[in-house]
Design a protein around this ligand. Sequence first.
Ligand code: NAP
Length: 294
Amino acid sequence: MSDSTASLTGAECAAGFRAEAQEIAERLVREGGAAPRLVVVVATEDESSAWYVRSITRAAARIGIACDTVTLPSDAEPGVIRKQLATLSDDASVHGIILQTPLPPGASAADLAGAIAPGKDVDGANPLSLGRLAAGLPAFAPATAEAVVRLLDAHGLALAGRTVAVVGRSTVVGKPLAHLLLDRDATVTVCHSRTADLAAVTRGADIVVAAAGRAGLVTAEHLAPGAVVVDVGTNPTEDGGLTGDVDADSVRGVAAALSPVPGGVGPVTTALLLRHTAMAAEAAQHPEDTHVTP
Ligand code: NAP
């Protein structure tokens, strides 16, 4: 990154959230309760998904959060997945539940996630969580969407009164992010594959968030000079690495700041999942003083 484009790295911000989660976990155990426990339900043989689950498990173990995986066949019927999620929702020893994607063909993540108890929905996947977010009520936001806002906060970038173009309207990133940004008094435009002139919209924005899953989609021509760019994209490269939705070489020197891939939104997302799990465990142990009111 050149001197004129700051790097919005996520490591420091992520470390802060992990420290908070660890503090909660240690306090709950000191009080005689159980350590927070996250369960990831996997019904795929996708290698990048397996890598992601391993990285969450390792990160959780380091801060005193248990993380188990329930593996279902990659051709599991939606009913089997739903039943598993309902069983975990009823299990008092489980505080957080994540339904990993991709899912077997024909299974809808949003539909199945409706079986995750809202108080354990640490990745904001239950449509009820999205609805509560939209209504300005307490709920866990999808960790990636929240990570974008937290990353901007951590780098001292104000949102109130700024124009933000979000590229992508998925239920897990674009839509919840739009609600979080509105809550912070930003003026938000959500773009998608049918947006007629993407560059014209993004050029009018102070902040551009790229969450389309298209490597190199956002170039210098999409930006006003001095724009802040957050790259949510994680696209696999041929050499086994990851690349974002932003063409970093192209926007260097045009953008005031850009989040790197990897090392930007990703680590903050993982840290927030753990923080949410710790908060869910705290709410279970102290129902009189909950942060989340599902
Ligand atoms: P998704 O469900 O495939 O949604 C992609 C969105 O981008 C859709 O709304 C799509 O529009 C839009 N889009 C696709 N091509 C476009 C184009 N050429 N111009 C404008 N919009 C376009 O993907 P997702 O789950 O939201 O994930 C988005 C990216 O974030 C992926 O790279 C994913 O791997 C990454 N991700 C990263 C993290 C992390 O922790 N860092 C977590 C989750 C996801 P339509 O609605 O019209 O199809």
